[in-house]
Every structure is written in C-alpha cells, then in structure tokens.
Design a protein around this ligand. Structure first.
Ligand SMILES: CC(C)(COP(=O)(O)OP(=O)(O)OC[C@H]1O[C@@H](n2cnc3c(N)ncnc32)[C@H](O)[C@@H]1OP(=O)(O)O)[C@@H](O)C(=O)NCCC(=O)NCCS
Length: 208
C-alpha cells in the first residue's frame, strides 16, 4: 500500500485530478491551449523542421500523419494526466510551437519543462512568454516546488532561455541521451518555486 501523500503533495495530485482539459493560459502575445485536430499542418511544419529537431530525441517528422498521431497521443496523455502538452498559439490562434509540463511527481513536488517554437518566430521572446505562462501555472496553481529541465549542452538557445527564466545549471550527465545513433550529454537545470517568484518580481520591477 503506498504511503499517504503529505498535504502539499496531495494538493498537487488533486489539482491534476481535477483538470477537465487543458488549462487555457493567456499572455500578452501568445496563449497556451490544447492542440486541436486542425493544428496538424502547423505541428508537422514544426516537428518536420530539421532546425527544430536538431537537439530533439527523435528525427524530424516525415509526414503529416505523424503529426495527426501526435495530436491524438497528446490528447490521450492529457486525459490520463500523464503530461500537459500545450500548443503555443499566436494572436490568430495558429499553432507556432508547443510547451510541455511532464514527469509529474507530486510526492517530491517536481515537474519537468520542455518547449519548441517554429523558427519563423525565434528571437522575439515568445518562447520566454510561453514558458512563463507554464511556470506560473506550475507554481501558482498546481503548487510544484521545483521545475526540472534537461538540454543538450550544445543547445545554446535553450540554455539562454532557461537561464533567462532563472533556471540554474546543476550538473551534466555524461552520454545519457541518444539522438539516433549519436549519444550526447544532458545538462540538467533546475528552478525552485522561490527562484521563479523572485525572478518574476525582478522582471516586473524592471518593466515599471
Ligand atoms: C529554444 C527556443 C524555444 C528558443 O526560442 P527563442 O524564440 O529564441 O526564445 P526567446 O526569443 O524567448 O529568447 C529567450 C532568450 O534566449 C536568448 N537566445 C535565443 N536564441 C539564442 C541563441 N541562439 N544564442 C544565444 N542566446 C539566444 C534570447 O536572446 C533571449 O534572451 P533575452 O530575453 O535576454 O534577450 C528555440 O530555439 C527552439 O524552438 N529550438 C528548437 C527546439 C528546442 O531545442 N527545444 C528545447 C529542447 S531542450
């Protein structure tokens, strides 16, 4: 019989269990919403692009059917509360990327963050905005204590984004990740809820 969860851990499990679909998170320029069947072409454009997949764990998609299968899988994963794989939608509600919270661990109050943005939109701060929405939800609504992230150490854009969000590099796992036949190290980063609150306040103060 599993041990009972502590009250904060139980609160996280309760938030996840009570979800009746993708939380809709609105930012100034992007919104996070659940992916729809008519996002298939945009999802294929994203994950079929070799620039996006350069540091990803799988090769670029070859056909739109793979995008359709992925949308069905994302919806099933959400229904089972395995992960929340949002679409990043622009002001026209078109999918321009994805942002994911996965590996939910209510017992230790931690979760992992991932994201991808179509290269047409790189360098405009949209990934930072999307990730910030997901972090707000993870910390303020779900009550997670720690957010993990893992990157290929050569993925400079992703490291820059995570450091900008307040993540600290905490270590490197050697040869822990296969991309096809190529094995790479994993740089492990972490953000505590207290780091995020501090970072958010500093960013708000700088904007005033
Ligand atoms: C990682 C990714 C989402 C970043 O997107 P982006 O649009 O460049 O991100 P943002 O514009 O929000 O930039 C965030 C910060 O990173 C910096 N940055 C972005 N690209 C950079 C690069 N190539 N080199 C150095 N810094 C970079 C930006 O200057 C910005 O810092 P600032 O806010 O201080 O100006 C995008 O490169 C991507 O989708 N890559 C492919 C998928 C991927 O690798 N996902 C991560 C897997 S771990």
């Amino acid at each position: 019989m599993p041990l009972p969860l502590s009250p904060p851990s139980q609160a996280i499990a309760d938030v996840l269990a009570a979800l009746d679909g993708f939380p809709l998170l609105q930012g100034p320029r992007v919104r996070l919403r659940g992916p729809r069947e008519d996002d298939d072409a945009a999802l294929f454009a994203l994950f079929g692009d070799a620039r996006v997949m350069r540091y990803w764990s799988r090769p670029p998609m070859q056909s739109i059917d793979e995008a359709r299968e992925q949308i069905a899988r994302i919806q099933a994963d959400m229904a089972e509360r395995r992960l929340i794989n949002w679409a990043i939608a622009d002001e026209n509600d078109a999918l321009v990327g994805t942002c994911t919270l996965f590996r939910f661990d209510p017992t230790h109050r931690r979760v992992e963050l991932g994201y991808a943005l179509h290269p047409d939109h790189w360098g405009r701060g949209l990934a930072r905005e999307a990730a910030s929405l997901a972090l707000d939800w993870a910390v303020d609504v779900a009550g997670f204590h720690r957010i993990d992230a893992g990157i290929d150490p050569d993925n400079l854009a992703s490291r820059a984004l995570l450091h900008r969000l307040g993540f600290l590099t905490e270590g490197v796992q050697r040869e822990s990740f296969f991309v096809g036949e190529r094995v790479t190290d994993s740089e492990l980063l972490g953000l505590l809820a207290s780091d995020w609150r501090r970072q958010r306040e500093a960013a708000a103060a700088a904007a005033r």
